[in-house]
Structures are given as structure tokens and as C-alpha cells.
Design a binder for this molecule. Structure first.
Ligand code: ADP
Ligand code: ZN
Length: 706
């Protein structure tokens, strides 16, 4: 009985056909009133695990979350689905707090998001003692771990919940717990009795790709974006602020919407750029690692690294921001010799205690190992995080195009002995010159034109030698000096290779294998007509999102639009079968998306203008919008949209559609003018304190653009 009501809510409210396997078990477990600890990768679908039990069970579900900035978005998204939800945190005014509290007392909420410090206030605890509570969900539960980088002292106090409300089920959720953190969560949150639901960390929809920056990095990036991600949202990570600014400017000059984000920008600019990234469809953020914490945008289609991250943890966390909606996404990285040397030097010259430095060195080496790998990258990544993947994944570059290797033993010996013969103090540029037998002033001054390795390297060209040195450093056969001049010296590991005791197989240089194009189709769909429809659906989504001031993905996810495009629903019932279309969204947006699909199917017939024409005719016959809606079986919002078009084309006068006194019309016009001509209607709506409906505002706006 409970299971069936959970399924019913999944379908009617959230518009999904089936639970994912783990979700089903967790939801049942919670509905039955038991505690749970859930480890699920990002994008695994954690939210439904508590949202649905909270709706099914009696009382309000209390969700503890450390990310205040996200609460409003989460609540907005629930409202879009018609779920009764609110949040309590420090951004609310005392009046707003009272409103939420009143709603709680009246039993009008299914979900309440609170910051931990707010929940622990005596006033809040007293409040929830007097109302029915369906469950406590503790999101980002790894924040209780003192060893983690997200530690929140307030989280430790959450064990109080168990003491004060032993009968209320609790669910703790996280995406980032290793065994030690998991034990800490259980202990500190008093979850010893809780059933554990442990899911792997794999993100199968992300395609990992790493290549060396053999050509111009920026050009490589641009080609990647143009070929594989036209019109997509993405994040580009760079190491320095200066690089961020340069790359953002350059991409902009190439016609892309690329915005910089780093700690050196004024807070207001950062805020603005982040906002646009969240709310618009086609924005690329170019950022230092300062960007990303608390970013919950599900449709980030790519994460590009122009520099090497410091560790696999950082790499996995940053790339993990792609494809939270489980749609295909790319984690794309280029790196080069310069990165390796720079990071090694930064580490060597840091003031950290030797013990920390050793750990950091190890982490960087593991990261380099991943880059130079010739086997499945996902297997290696997951193994590092304690997860086994039995077979190669088939969705990383090394799986898709297994790199060729060659026996580099003899060539590597030349490179290593050149280091040795020149005294173990020169950098790669100099060493390569010696190998190639260049006659420059420095070589002559040091007399290395007489060294035994002078001019013995004609089998490779300059960039191939650099490539080889990078691989030798990455494999730990050479180390970078401490003084910061980039001088190389031999390590213990190089001895067996130099002595010929250990063969060395390396990746072939990218130049030789690059002839094969690894570029996918130029745009999302090969059929240009489909591309047009895709764009039209996205434009409609953006328009609705702008009007309400919410991010586009809250209207519908990419996956939902893609399914519309695929299945071409013609009726509301057919549309309701599309994943992600619940009852509320069907009622609010169904008609307007069907219009877009109809236009595409019958461009000649122009059904859009037919249906508009019918509305206008009825209107001229003296019926008002509500009456036309009733007669035609359409929603009033659709009729108003038709009328707004009519106003825009000067076919009906505003005064007849919106019979308001002159001073009120003036007030609306004034507000629209104030906010970018009403591009977004939400601020206009708010400025007028909700006195006029969106339909009325839209009509006045149409009249102004006549
Ligand atoms: P997490 O919090 O684990 O990162 P979310 O709860 O944000 O993941 O869910 C990730 C995505 O998967 C969202 O787009 C969500 O709507 C979608 N999703 C979750 N459960 C299902 C399901 N049963 N069917 C289809 N889509 C789902
Ligand atoms: Zn693979």
C-alpha cells in the first residue's frame, strides 16, 4: 500500500516512470519508519529518497543542508512540481520566518529545508516538538567529519535529533564518503542501527578524456567546444586568475558566452556570472578552482581542464560537476610538460612540513599516473576510491581508442644519460638542444658539444623529445630540482632503465596517432531540422524560466526536452508520459510545449497562428479570456498568450484585453521599463507586489513592443 503510493507520487508529481533500483528500497525502508545511511554518487538521485517518503508519511520532512545558497533553488524546484515546501535560514526576514512557522503549525508543508545552526536553535526545536514530523534527512552528511575538507561543527550537534526524537526516522546522505568518513558519520550521528545503502562512485555518463597539449591549448579547447558542445553549458578550469581572464576573453572573441570567475573579481561580478551560468542555457564559466562548491546545475555538459589538478580527489570532484542529470557529458583535459614542472616546483618549494609534502607528492604522482595511463581510466579512478570495476568501461578515451605503445627503452636511455652527462642541473629545453646537436651559445660555453650525448637524438624531433621527458617525469624516472629553474635529476627508479634491466613501454606521441579524428558529430543532432526543434524547445524553456526568474532546467531538464523531441507527443496525455512531466508541469507548460512541437510538425499549416486566430475571433465576438479558455478547453494562460500576440500585431487593443484604469497601466509600464523592458517578468511581478498576474504583465509588455 505504501509502495504503491510512493510509485504514484513518483509518477504523478515528479513525472518519472520507475524508481532507480536503490531508490525503491530506500524509499520503502524510510516509509516503514527506519533509519538509513545512503552513499550515492552525484546524480544518483538522492533527493527523491527522502522527498517521496516525506510526502507519503504524515507530517513535514525536515531536510538539514549546509548549503544555504541552494535551499531556495531546491524549494523552487519542488514548487515547480507542485510540492508544498519552504526553507528556514538566515536570508529570511523575521516576517518571512513567521510565515513559514505559521504554515508549519497549520500542517501545510511536506518539506522544510533548514540550515543546521537554525535547526539547533531552541526555538526551532521547540517548534518541531509540537508538529508532526515525517522524517529528518541529513544531506551532505560527510560534513560531520572532522578530517574532511567540508567540516561543519554544527553538524556534530545533530545527534541531538536522535535523543529528542527517537521515534522519527532519519536518513543521512552523502556522495563523498570513504570508509573512515562513513564510520565517523555513523558514530557522530548515532546511526549504528541504520541500514546502510552503499552505491558505487561510478559516473558512467561521464566520458573521461585526457590528452597532452601538443598544439595550442586554447585552440584545442575551442575546437572541442565548437565540435562537441555548441550551445552547451560547461566549466573550464584554469590554474591562475590571469589565465582565466585571458581564456574567457578569447572565447568571447570567438562568439561564445564565456564568463570569468575567480577570487580576484569583485564579489558582485562573481555573483552575477554565477547567476547567469545557473539561469541561462549556453553559458561557459572559465574559473579557478574557487568555482564549483555548492553549484547544483544538473545540465553542465562538459568540464574542461586546461591545467593539471593537484590530485585525483580534486580531479574527480571537479569533473563530477558535469552531467548530474545522467545525460552524456564530457570530462576533457589537456596537460603538458609545463604543468608537470610547475606543480612539482610549487610543491618542492612550499613551506609545508615534510610529512604533508610527501603526501602531496604522492597525490600528484597518482594524478600523473592517470594521465599517462594506457588502460581504462575509469577503472583506475574507481580503484583509487576503493571501488572495483570489473571490465574496462568503454566510455573513456583509452577504451574508445586504445593508445598505441612503443618500446621506448633505448630512446629513454639516451634522454636519461643526457641528464647524467650534463651534470643533472639543466631543464628540458637545454637537454633537447643537446640531444639534437644544436650549436647555441650556452652549449658551447658549457662545452656540452663535446658530451657523449651531443647530437645522438635525431630519431625524434624537438616536441617528441619534450613529450618523452614529460612521460619520464610523470613516471618518476626524473625529478625536478628544488631551486625552481626546472633542472632535472635522475631518481633511483631510473637506474634499472639506464642499466637496461627494465624495458620501458610508453604511449606513442600524440602527433603520430592524431591523424585519427576523435571528434564526434558537430552538433547534438545530425538532422538539421531536429536541431531547429531542439533550439525551439530550449528557447521556449528559457522564456518561461526568464519570466519566473528560475533556472531553465527547473522548467524541464535536458533529458525531458530530448524525449519530447524523440517521441513527438501530440496530446497532453502523450506529453504526460514523458519522463519529467508531472501533473503540475503538464498543467503549467503542456500547452505551450505542444505548440512548439506542432509548429515543427506542420510548418506549412501554421497551426500556431490557426489556434491564435481562433482565440482572437472569439475575443472579437465579445468573450473574455476566461470564457474562451472554458469554451476551447485550454488554460487561461494559453489564451492570454494568444491575446498578447494579437496585441503585439496590433490586432486587438490592450485596453480591451486588460481593462485596467490608466494609473494602473502606467504603474505596470513604469515597472517594466525599470527591469530591462520586462525581459524577465519576475522582478516586475515582485516590484508590483503580485498585484497583477503574469498574464496581464505579458499583455502590457506586448503592447509596449508593438
Ligand atoms: P543527487 O542529489 O544524488 O546528485 P539528484 O537527486 O539531484 O541527485 O538527481 C539527479 C538527477 O536524476 C535529477 O535530474 C533527477 O531529476 C533525476 N532522477 C532521480 N531519480 C530519477 C528516476 N527515478 N527517474 C528518472 N530520473 C530521476
Ligand atoms: Zn574506460
Amino acid at each position: 500500500m505504501n509502495t504503491s503510493s510512493a510509485n504514484h507520487i513518483l509518477q504523478s508529481v515528479f513525472g518519472y516512470d520507475n524508481f532507480r533500483p536503490q531508490q525503491q528500497v530506500i524509499v520503502d525502508h524510510l516509509i516503514a519508519g527506519s533509519d538509513a545511511l545512503v552513499l550515492m554518487p552525484t546524480g544518483g538521485g538522492k533527493s527523491l529518497c527522502y522527498q517521496i517518503p516525506a510526502i507519503v508519511r504524515n507530517g513535514v520532512g525536515i531536510v538539514v543542508s549546509p548549503l544555504i545558497a541552494l535551499m531556495k533553488d531546491q524549494v523552487d524546484a519542488l514548487h515547480q512540481n507542485g510540492v508544498r515546501a519552504a526553507f528556514l535560514n538566515s536570508t529570511l526576514s523575521p516576517d518571512e520566518v513567521r510565515e513559514v512557522e505559521d504554515a508549519l503549525h497549520r500542517g501545510e508543508l511536506d518539506l522544510l529545508y533548514v540550515a543546521p545552526e537554525r535547526l539547533m536553535m531552541p526555538r526551532t526545536l521547540d517548534l518541531i516538538e509540537h508538529i508532526p514530523v515525517s522524517l529528518f534527512a541529513i544531506d551532505e552528511a560527510h560534513c560531520v567529519s572532522q578530517w574532511g575538507h567540508d567540516f561543519r561543527p554544527e553538524y556534530v550537534q545533530l545527534s541531538v535529533l536522535h535523543e529528542r526524537f527517537p521515534q522519527i526516522p532519519r536518513i543521512a546522505l552523502t556522495a563523498t564518503a570513504d570508509n573512515a568518513t562513513r564510520r565517523e558519520i555513523i558514530e557522530r550521528l548515532a546511526l549504528t542501527e541504520a541500514r546502510q545503502f552503499i552505491n558505487g562512485f561510478d559516473r558512467p555518463n561521464i566520458r573521461y578524456r585526457i590528452s597532452d597539449n601538443s598544439s595550442n591549448t586554447r585552440e584545442q579547447l575551442l575546437r572541442f567546444i565548437r565540435n562537441e558542445h555548441p550551445g552547451d553549458a560547461g566549466i573550464v578550469y584554469c590554474l591562475s586568475r590571469k589565465r582565466v581572464d585571458n581564456v574567457a576573453k578569447w572565447l568571447t572573441s570567438k562568439g561564445l558566452t564565456a564568463l570569468p570567475y575567480h577570487a580576484g573579481l569583485p564579489a558582485q561580478v562573481r555573483q552575477q556570472n554565477q547567476e547567469r551560468f545557473l539561469r541561462e542555457d549556453e553559458v561557459i564559466i572559465v574559473a579557478t578552482i574557487a568555482f564549483g562548491m555548492g553549484i547544483d546545475k544538473p545540465d553542465v555538459r562538459f568540464v574542461a581542464h586546461l591545467n593539471l589538478p593537484k590530485s585525483l580527489e580534486a580531479y574527480y570532484q571537479e569533473t563530477g560537476r558535469a552531467g548530474r542529470d545522467n545525460q552524456p557529458a564530457n570530462a576533457w583535459m589537456v596537460y603538458g610538460l609545463q604543468d608537470v614542472i610547475l606543480l612539482k616546483q610549487m610543491q618542492a618549494s612550499s613551506d609545508a612540513p615534510e610529512e604533508i609534502k610527501r603526501i602531496e607528492r604522492h597525490k600528484l604522482d597518482t594524478m600523473l599516473g592517470l594521465c599517462e595511463l594506457t588502460t581504462c581510466r575509469r577503472q583506475a579512478l574507481l580503484r583509487y576510491f576503493g571501488d572495483e570495476l570489473e571490465k574496462p568501461c568503454g566510455n573513456c578515451d583509452t577504451c574508445l581508442e586504445p593508445p598505441e605503445t612503443w618500446d621506448a627503452t633505448a630512446t629513454a636511455q639516451k634522454a636519461l644519460s643526457c641528464v647524467h652527462r650534463t651534470g643533472q642541473r639543466f631543464g628540458v629545453g637545454y637537454l633537447v638542444d643537446v640531444l639534437l646537436g644544436k650549436e647555441n651559445e650556452r652549449i658551447l660555453r658549457f662545452g656540452h658539444n663535446k658530451a657523449s650525448t651531443y647530437g645522438i637524438g635525431s630519431e625524434l624531433n624537438q616536441s617528441e623529445w619534450r613529450d618523452l621527458y614529460r612521460q619520464l617525469i610523470a613516471r618518476g624516472l626524473l625529478a625536478v630540482d628544488l631551486e625552481g629553474h626546472g633542472g632535472l635529476h635522475l631518481t633511483e627508479e631510473s637506474r634499472p632503465v639506464l642499466r637496461g634491466e627494465q624495458p620501458l613501454h610508453l604511449r606513442k606521441f600524440s602527433r603520430k596517432t592524431k591523424a585519427k579524428s576523435r571528434e564526434r558529430k558537430a552538433s547534438r543532432f545530425t538532422d538539421p531540422k531536429k536541431n531547429d526543434l531542439w533550439q525551439a524547445l530550449r528557447n521556449r524553456r528559457q522564456q518561461l524560466a526568464d519570466e519566473q526568474g528560475v533556472p531553465a532546467y527547473m522548467i524541464f531538464h535536458d533529458a525531458t526536452l530530448a524525449e519530447m523531441l524523440e517521441n513527438q507527443p501530440e496530446t497532453l496525455t502523450q506529453l504526460s508520459n514523458i519522463s519529467g512531466v508531472g501533473k503540475r508541469k503538464l498543467a503549467d507548460y503542456g500547452e505551450t510545449f505542444l505548440d512548439v512541437l506542432n509548429d515543427y510538425r506542420n510548418p506549412g499549416k501554421n497551426t500556431q497562428s490557426d489556434t491564435e486566430e481562433e482565440t482572437l475571433q472569439l475575443f472579437r465576438l465579445g468573450m473574455d479570456a476566461e470564457a474562451i479558455a472554458a469554451q476551447r478547453g485550454l488554460k487561461a494562460i494559453t489564451i492570454y498568450n494568444h491575446l498578447a500576440k494579437g496585441i503585439e500585431r496590433d490586432e486587438v487593443p490592450l485596453s480591451e484585453v486588460v481593462p485596467l484604469p490608466q494609473h494602473q497601466l502606467e504603474a505596470i509600464r513604469f515597472a517594466i521599463e525599470q527591469y530591462e523592458g520586462g525581459k524577465r517578468l519576475k522582478p516586475v511581478f515582485d516590484a508590483l507586489e503580485g498585484e497583477f498576474s503574469y498574464e496581464v504583465l505579458r499583455c502590457v509588455r506586448s503592447d509596449m513592443t508593438r
